[in-house]
Structures are given as C-alpha cells and as structure tokens.
Ligand binder design. Structure first.
Ligand SMILES: Nc1ncnc2c1ncn2[C@@H]1O[C@H](COP(=O)(O)OP(=O)(O)OP(=O)(O)O)[C@@H](O)[C@H]1O
Length: 572
C-alpha cells in the first residue's frame, strides 16, 4: 500500500534467511534424532560409539553456529526493511502534509497528525519488517518441514497437517470472536496524544484560568480509555497463546501416541519415529514466530485507516498543469474575488476587487473578522478563491508554480512563529545562504541587532521552542528581520508591529519606509497610527472592500475608516 514496492527486496531477503533458519532447526531435529538413536541402540563399544557420535556432534555444532549467524543476518535484514519503510512512508506522509498546507490543522488535530506520522509509521514498519517475513516463513517453512516428515513417514505428516493447518485457523477464529475493534488502541492513543499536546501548548492559559484540575481529569479519562483497550487486548492475546499452545501439544502428543503404537505393532521403524517427533516440534516453530509477530499485524489494522484517510485528503490548491514563469512586474490585482472557508458559512471575502501598483505601500484596515488576513491567505495560495482571479504582474497566480509564487512574497504574520534553534538559524529560514553581513543588515533594519548582540552567544544563542526565551516584541522584530532578509519583491506585514512599543514601531516604520520604494508592501494593522505612511488605504468590512483611497480622503468621507479613526482617537 502506502509503502509501494520499495520493500519487496528487503522482505524477500528476510524470508530467504528465515527459511534457512527453519532448515537449520529441521537439520538440528534430524541430528538430535540420530544422536538419540545412537545413544539408545548404537554400538556397545564406547570407542566405536564415539566414532559415530563425533561427526554428528560436530555437524550439530556447525548447524547451531550457522543458525546463530543466520538469526543475526535476519535481524539486519529486518532493520533494513524497517528503515526503508520508515524513509519511504514518512517521506510520503510529510510531502503530503506540506502539500496540504496550513489548512490541514483545521481538519485534523495536531496530536492526531503526530499519531499518524509517528505511531502509524512505526506500526507499518513493524508489519513489513517482522510480520510479513514471518507470514511467508510460516507458509513455506511449515510446508518444507511437513514435506521432510512425509519423506520419512507420510501418515505422521498427514496427521500433523491437520494440527499445523488448524493452528492458524483456530487462532483467527479466536481473534475474530474476542478481539476488540482493531482501531481501538490506535484511536485511544491518538486522542490521548492530541489532548496532551493541546494542554502542553496551552499550559500558560490552562494555569492562568485555573483549569489544571479539569484538564487533568479529562487526561485521566483518556488514559483510562487507553488502559482499558490495552488490558482487553492483552487478556485476549494471552488466552490465545494458551489456546495455540494446546493445539501444538495435542498434535505432538497424537503423533507420539500413534507412532509408539505403530512401532509396537512393527509398522514403523523406531528411528523414523524419533525423526518424526523431533521434526514435528519444528513444524510448529514458524507458526509460533508468526503468532509472536501477530501484534504488529493487529496494530497495523488500526493504523492503516487513518494513514489512508490522511493520504486521501485533497490539498486545497493544486500545482498548475502548464506553469508560467515568474512575472517581471509585481503589482497585485484582485478581480471580483469571493471566498468562503470550508464549513465557514458566509463568504469571508465577497466581490473584492482592487489593484496595488508595483512598489506601492498599501494598508488594509477594518474591524476584526473583516477579511484582511484572508486576502493574504489567498495571495499566498493557501486556498484558492471560489470565484474571481488574483494576479501578480498580470499573471493569474494559479498559473505559477507554488514555490515561485511564495518566493515572490515575504510575510510577517499575526502569529509569529520561531523555531527551536539559534537566532541565526531562525533568520536563515528566509535565505539559507545569507551572509553574516546580510543577516546583520536585516536585523538592523528591524531594530533587533543590538538586542541580539547583547545575548550570551549573540546570533548563535538558542532561543528555545517557539522562541520561548524572548518577549513578544523581540519575537516580532526577529520575524520582521527574517522577512526583510528574504528580500522578496512583495512584503506583507499582518499585524507585524502590534507587540511593539511606540518608539520601536516608529523606528521600524521608518526603516520600512526607506525600503518601501523597492517592494510592493501590504500592511495590515488595527492601530491606525501604524498605517500613517501608507500611500493608500483599503478598508474592509464584513468581507467586502468598502473604501479605497488616501488617508485624508477617507477621513473626510465619514465612512468606516473615519468611524474607526474617531473611535481610536477617542480611546487615545
Ligand atoms: N480557518 C478558518 N475557517 C473558517 N473561518 C475562518 C477561518 N479563518 C478565518 N475565518 C473567518 O473568516 C472571516 C475573515 O477572517 P480574517 O482572519 O480574514 O479577518 P481579519 O480581518 O484578518 O480579522 P482580524 O483583524 O481579527 O485578524 C472571519 O469571519 C473569520 O471567522
């Protein structure tokens, strides 16, 4: 399935080695039977006896050594299979995750995605590296041993056939009857992981609202559900081991009884009975291994469905069939754009048309929920409009390769995201090959250079998960520096200076103003003071573009902008 044919060869190697191990067990059984036959009915002269037994003992030693080496080889082959599965499947899942883009977390909780990417991959890895070779080994190995027994004594082989065949049939019937729905543990694990991750990410909010006890109680419920699923499964598997053990012992006891009776009645050679008895044990060994590995086949039952559902999720945007090259100009045009989020009800943007000239500095303002960030999401093609067209430099952005489109745009979003690593690592996300001078120049423009230099290791200082060791304003300034370092022709600042003190905001505005002649800039802000330098202001309300003009004109018009300005003036 999701792994494709890439693991066929490693699995084939595992099967061949597994069969060689089974052959060793068979040889070992035959040699032990021979040794026993010599010990019981061999030559009475001890020297002759030793002459007969020594080669057998040496052969037995060689077989044991070969078996140990083969088991070692089998482990290496299993690990090679596991590695191939992990690399292939995780690579495919991660590619799909990034194709799905930011919208994916609206459809699946982060913890569930993590369970698919980690737990799901591990389940499939064990299934391919352990269970499938064991299954093939059980089928071929059992047939081989039964054929060897048949060559010595076919009635015993026929009798054993019934038990060897009955072993897996009874096992499956038992599991079908008793096993809980296979997705139980995987689903319970996913739910617990998702809730735990949610609680960890929101730990400050949880503490601030005194909700620790309530969250703990829900976590305990999830843990109890997982424990119940695990205990039921454990009980069923333990009873199953007893049941299959009974089948094996019954088969061997019957072969022994029938053999003993036939030896006493003179219809079976005692040596043939010994060989049959030792080999009978080996006929069940591949089945026991299969039973041991069965938990991975069972786990995969619960893991496959979420993985397949995840892979079946359609990316919200598709690459163009015939992509066009990057446009030489960088003006932005929205033409009668309408867009609703999936399940979002009323359109978040409706009949929106505007044009931002290349190198123009335009502000987007409006009340909360007016649709400003949605303009950015559509421009970056996280989603496609339901109607209308968005163009950059006259080219429909749906005709541009996604990578090309996104390389044209630098964004500082409302939720500043920094990653665990050094300050330099975070800045270089925008431009991996940036020189130290370029990094420093961007940091200076964002007024964060002096602060970074004051850190213990300067640009090499680690800033913790999500930049946890920094203040909100410091994080924002690093994000601005990162966007400037990218040096893309279009710059979008979505509430990028909301956490800054007025002096820092003023300084950054001046820095941006110095650069504004070089790139097309869209600036989203609630504080109207932040949009003072804009050439033009687009005012959104309820998903519609309601005003478009220079600041003095909008103030005179007495519309939404004038109302917002009056409110902020009154509040100031
Ligand atoms: N992922 C989403 N799924 C469904 N609806 C959404 C989603 N994101 C935004 N919306 C809705 O779309 C509308 C526009 O949201 P948007 O974030 O563009 O507003 P905004 O003007 O940027 O608001 P703010 O100034 O508060 O950031 C809102 O009604 C919002 O509830």
């Amino acid at each position: 399935m999701a792994v494709g044919g890439s693991v066929r060869w490693p699995i084939a190697v595992s099967v061949v080695i597994g069969l060689a191990v089974t052959a060793c067990y068979g040889l070992q059984g035959g040699l032990l039977a021979l040794l026993l036959a010599h010990a019981v009915g061999g030559d009475p002269d001890p020297r002759v006896m030793v002459q007969h037994i020594m080669p057998l003992l040496l052969a037995l030693g060689a077989v044991l050594l070969a078996r140990a080496l083969l088991l070692w080889g089998a482990e290496i082959a299993a690990q090679a299979t596991a590695r191939t599965v992990k690399e292939t499947l995780r690579g495919r899942l991660l590619r799909h995750l990034f194709d799905l883009g930011p919208g994916v977390t609206l459809r699946r909780r982060t913890g569930e995605l993590q369970a698919i990417l980690v737990g799901g991959v591990e389940a499939l890895e064990t299934y391919h590296s352990r269970y499938l070779p064991a299954l093939w080994n059980a089928v071929l190995g059992c047939c081989g041993i039964l054929a060897a027994i048949a060559a010595v004594d076919w009635p015993s082989a026929a009798l054993l056939c019934l038990f060897v065949g009955g072993f897996p049939v009874l096992d499956r019937l038992w599991l079908r009857w008793r096993m809980p729905r296979t997705s139980g543990i995987f689903a319970a694990l996913g739910a617990l992981g998702a809730y735990l991750l949610d609680s960890l990410q929101g730990i400050v909010t949880v503490k601030a609202f005194g909700a620790s006890a309530r969250r703990r109680a829900v976590l305990a419920d999830h843990a109890a559900a997982l424990r119940r699923e695990s205990m039921t499964t454990l009980a069923v598997t333990l009873m199953r081991t007893g049941l299959t053990g009974l089948v094996m012992l019954s088969g061997m006891a019957l072969v022994l009884s029938a053999g003993a009776w036939r030896v006493s009645s003179g219809t079976l050679d005692p040596f043939a009975m010994l060989v049959t008895l030792f080999l009978a044990r080996e006929a069940f060994r591949p089945l026991e291994r299969l039973e041991r590995e069965f938990h991975s086949a069972w786990a995969v039952g619960g893991a496959v469905a979420p993985i397949m559902e995840f892979l079946a999720m359609d990316p919200p945007v598709r690459e163009a069939d015939r992509p066009l090259p990057a446009p030489p100009a960088h003006d932005i045009r929205f033409e009668d754009v309408r867009f609703s989020y999936a399940g979002g009800g009323a359109p978040s943007l409706d009949a929106v048309s505007f044009h931002v000239a290349a190198r123009e500095h335009v502000a987007l303002v409006g009340p909360s929920g007016a649709g400003k960030s949605t303009v950015v999401a559509l421009l970056l093609r996280f989603f496609d409009p339901d109607a209308g067209t968005i163009r950059i430099g006259g080219t429909d952005i749906r005709s541009l390769p996604l990578e090309t489109l996104r390389s044209l745009i630098s964004v500082v979003s409302q939720d500043t995201v920094l990653f665990e690593g050094t300050v330099a690592d975070n800045l270089k996300l925008a431009k991996p090959d940036a020189t130290d001078e370029e990094i420093r120049a961007a940091a200076q423009a964002a007024h964060i250079d002096a602060f970074i230099e004051s850190l213990p290791l300067g640009y090499a200082t680690r800033i913790g998960e999500r930049g946890a060791t920094l203040s909100g304003g410091q994080r924002q300034r690093i994000a601005i520096a990162r966007a400037l370092l990218k040096n893309a022709p279009i710059l979008i600042l979505d509430e990028a200076t909301s956490s800054l003190d007025p002096a820092s905001e003023q300084a950054i505005r001046e820095a941006l103003a110095r650069q504004s002649g070089r790139r097309t800039t869209l600036l989203i802000a609630h504080r109207l003071s932040a949009v003072a330098d804009a050439d033009r202001i687009l005012v959104f309300d309820g998903g519609r573009l309601v005003e478009d003009g220079a600041r003095p004109d909008l103030e005179r018009n007495g519309g939404v902008y004038a109302r917002l300005a009056a409110l902020q003036g009154a509040a100031a």
